[in-house]
Write a protein that binds this ligand. Structure first.
Ligand SMILES: [Zn+2]
Length: 64
C-alpha cells in the first residue's frame, strides 16, 4: 500500500530537476519549447538550481 492510497490524495507533482536530476516538490520553469515533431516540452529546476542558474530559457542550455 502506498502513502497516497492511505491519505487518498493525489501524488504531488515532482518533476526531475533539469540540472541536478532530483525530483522537486517546488519546480521552477526554466525553459520550454516545441520539438520538431510538434511535442511540447517544459524544463523544470529545483529552487536551488533555479537560483543558481537563473530562471528562464537560455539558448546555451541543451538537453543532454
Ligand atoms: Zn536541481
Amino acid at each position: 500500500m502506498t502513502r497516497e492510497a492511505l491519505l487518498r490524495t493525489p501524488a504531488p507533482f515532482t518533476p526531475p530537476c533539469a540540472y541536478c536530476d532530483r525530483e522537486t516538490a517546488a519546480p521552477v520553469v526554466v525553459g520550454a519549447g516545441d520539438w520538431p515533431n510538434g511535442c511540447r516540452f517544459v524544463r523544470y529546476a529545483c529552487p536551488a538550481c533555479a537560483s543558481e542558474h537563473g530562471a528562464g530559457p537560455s539558448p546555451e542550455d541543451e538537453i543532454t
